[in-house]
Design a protein around this ligand. Sequence first.
Ligand SMILES: Cc1ncc(COP(=O)(O)O)c(C=O)c1O
Length: 407
Amino acid sequence: MNEKFSGSFTQQEPLSDAAIAAALEVMQHGRLHRYNVVEGELGQAALLEQEFAAQMGARYCLSVASGGYALATALRAVGVEHGDLVLTNAFTLAPVPGAIASVGAVPVFVDVTENLVIDLDDLASKVGQAKVLMLSHMRGHLCDMDRLMQICNDAGVTVIEDCAHTMGATWNGVASGRHGAIGCYSCQTYKHVNSGEGGLLVTDDEDVAARAIMLSGSYMLFERHLAAPDRTVFDRIKYDTPNISGRMDNLRAAILRPQLRDLDAQVARWNERYRCIEDGLRETPGLQLTERPAAETYVGSSIQFLLLDWASDKVQEVIRRCADRGVELKWFGAPEPAAFTSRYDNWRYAPVHSLPQSDRILAGIVDMRVPLTFSLDDCAQIARIIRAEVGAVFQQERALPSQARQR
Ligand SMILES: Cc1ncc(COP(=O)(O)O)c(C=O)c1O
């Protein structure tokens, strides 16, 4: 009898006692709005920003309603306007081109490589088309950030980093989100800290920080922020910056603060699980793992592998066979968007230019969540199941006469 996995791919861990106690305290006093503080009180949202700025070594931090809101705010804060072109990854998720579209700008997609990062040669060839790159560290894969920054700095292109999947990751010792002008993070349930919804934005640029704070809906209460530039900077921008409310509240901030203190320990737990699955999949015939460069430290909250150049019905067969054995895989080659998974040619509000290299790679990307509720035994079992099913389909394919294979 084939073994079957019975765990849930969407079950998170409960919040810690410290986070629950902090939430209770806010609910007991009732001051949930971030600017609703009593004399001398430092609100939870302001404290969260102060602590996250320190953790990231950033001068300024703003907490907001979602990661997607942080991205759109970042675009507005650096001056992206209606009709502007914004470079971004062909391999990412819908909130990234969505943030670009939300400010009336137009995404220009840059190819993905077999290591699932932005193709720096393609970026170099397109960099002259735009003033801003919204770089998605999609599924936690960091490209050579030194070379990327060189390309963008040489071309005068501002980099906004989408760190929805890289909170806690580094490139050459520099935290993800600290290479470009702005780093944006998501605190949504499936990310590395969980407040249901929520986002964080960090920057060292005082004008960008002041504009982002005004944009987020601070009215003229910006002096209640603890990781903000001084008021003279707000005096420069306050009449020209619209209020587009998307604030963080004190309840979510309260539960995020203890989680951020635990981040390093959680990253270590994710990576144990990731490596266990990776080890179990190594050298599976037909399956290609991504290479993780020595300069990268990552957070293994999901894992991807490539069934590169497989016929799409065979990839689908692997997905179906794994699903029958309790293992939920997502596929970036599906023509129709499904649940959280979609691809650049599904986003028809953006002009689509053909990207044959990305098409080939997307058609082979298989993606799996690694929640912390999995034990190491679960991870080993999941890897055995994937290995067996990929192996079985791959062998069938090999056994076919070559004419049938080409069909
Ligand atoms: C790559 C990527 N960027 C940005 C976001 C936006 O985050 P949020 O859901 O907090 O708006 C997500 C969320 O799934 C994402 O996957």
